[in-house]
Ligand binder design. Structure first.
Ligand code: PA5
Length: 437
């Protein structure tokens, strides 16, 4: 297998600066190396997730059992770290229009509690049940107490119960921490349970929470796991030529010190948009902190944004090239798409756009991408490029694991805790208080 490549020659940071910050990361790299033999006993527990063969096997056997029910529909109920990574991988691999092609298993997501959106999903699920089709619910909440997730679960469980009053529990899979409130309820109700290792934080938990729904949808768990494993190996290596996670963290940090505190992930693929949203949570929650590791109030953060090429060139491209020098871009380009389309040869269009007749769409996309990078060079805008050789499970998992480790390195340079999210917890507590009044 090839690897995703990082080209940082256009980052506009000197090699000397990069090496200085990279050297600062060496103790952190060593800590991560040591954590690899400690399973879930250190704060770096998530690094060991892709190597947890027991959990993978357990979940794969649950997938096999639930597939025997021959369901037509899967509803994934979760939010934040309990949904974003799943949607990112599923849409990236199967496309945002997946349900429209009558796949063997349709998938719907219930994240927030928007009554209009949920009414539509409930309607679609009800149609399935009316036709005697089976529907599996996968409720995912690490804490087991997230208001939105539990509220949504109640709605869908109520519906399932109407059609399966006696054996509804067969259709429910709950993914949560051992002994959470949802864990206890699931034991009482005889729901199938998948455990999220306690030490693995929400935004680092994709290889715990994602295995069941993605496996149900026919995505290769083996490929995902292998991709993630390869990223763990490379990203815990001391050599700068191999450890691109630490290298890119050093570059982003160097920009941060120069007051460039917006990081745009610019993905050249429509089906990659949710991957961008997953990245936004990862960076937002990991880096955005009121206090540093010494307890000083610092209000630190790098604002993550997401752009889709070429669409957003016609939206924010002007701002990016003509606006303030406050952004650093990470371009993500895919060498090979899943499909190849070639334009028909229609000379009548030659006067509209010349030199595209009879050309593969991928060549035109590459020409736009090269045009963008030329324009960035002219305007001295800093970016690095991640090149993914193919759009498959192996590379997307490699990419995500790489980003998770990069974020831990970046938080080390910025002296913030990469694993907590106190202000997210605060809004959750305040919501519960208001609801109790
Ligand atoms: O990263 C985090 O910890 C959060 O974004 C959580 O994933 C999110 O709030 C959902 O929490 P839970 O899985 O407990 O429902």
């Amino acid at each position: 297998m090839q690897k995703i490549e990082l080209d940082y020659s256009t980052a506009l940071i000197s090699q000397q600066e990069i090496e200085t910050y990279y050297t600062q990361l060496k103790p952190e790299i060593q800590c991560m190396q040591e954590a690899l033999s400690q399973k879930y006993r250190t704060k770096y527990a998530s690094l060991n997730m892709p190597f947890d063969h027991q959990l993978m096997q357990e979940v794969e056997s649950i997938v096999a059992k639930k597939k025997l029910l021959n369901p037509s529909t899967l509803v994934v109920i979760g939010i934040g770290g309990s949904s974003l990574g799943i949607i990112a991988i599923q849409e990236f691999l199967q496309g945002t229009l997946y349900n429209a092609f009558n796949p063997p298993l349709k998938v719907y997501y219930a994240e927030t509690i928007d009554p209009d959106y949920l009414a539509n999903v409930l309607r679609l699920v009800k149609q399935e049940l009316e036709q005697s089709n089976r529907v599996i619910l996968n409720v995912i909440t690490k804490s087991g107490t997230t208001t939105e997730t539990i509220a949504n679960f109640e709605l869908f469980l109520d519906l399932i119960k109407q059609y399966h009053p006696h054996d509804y529990h067969e259709y429910i899979v709950a993914t949560t921490d051992r002994n959470s409130a949802l864990w206890k309820l699931s034991c009482d109700q005889n729901f199938t349970l998948i455990e999220v290792p306690k030490a693995v934080g929400g935004r680092y938990s994709i290889f715990a929470v994602g295995i069941f729904p993605l496996g149900m949808l026919g995505i290769s768990i083996e490929q995902l796991v292998h991709g993630a494993q390869s990223a763990v190996r490379d990203s815990t290596c001391l050599e700068i030529a191999i450890n691109h996670a630490a290298l890119e963290a050093a570059i982003i940090y160097a920009h941060y010190l120069k007051k460039i505190a917006i990081n745009d992930l610019f993905l050249f693929g429509v089906d990659a948009e949710s991957l961008g949203k997953w990245y936004r949570q990862l960076m937002g929650e990991t880096i955005g902190k009121e206090h540093d590791l010494l307890g000083n109030q610092v209000f630190r953060g790098i604002t993550p944004t997401v752009s889709i090429g070429t669409t957003d060139l016609h939206s924010v491209g002007q701002l990016y090239l003509g606006g303030p020098y406050d952004k650093f871009w990470t371009f993500v380009f895919f060498t090979k798409n899943k499909h190849e389309l070639t334009l028909p040869d229609m000379p009548i269009f030659e006067h509209c756009v010349s030199h595209i007749q009879g050309k593969p769409l991928s060549d035109i996309l590459k020409a736009v991408y090269d045009g963008v990078t030329k324009a960035y060079a002219v305007h001295q805008r800093p970016y690095c490029t991640i090149v993914m050789p193919e759009k498959n499970a192996y590379y997307v998992a490699q990419f995500m694991q790489y980003q998770m480790i990069k974020m831990i390195y970046l938080s080390s340079l910025l002296s913030v805790d990469p694993f907590d999210q106190p202000q997210v917890e605060l809004y959750k507590q305040e919501t519960r208080k208001i609801l109790s009044q």
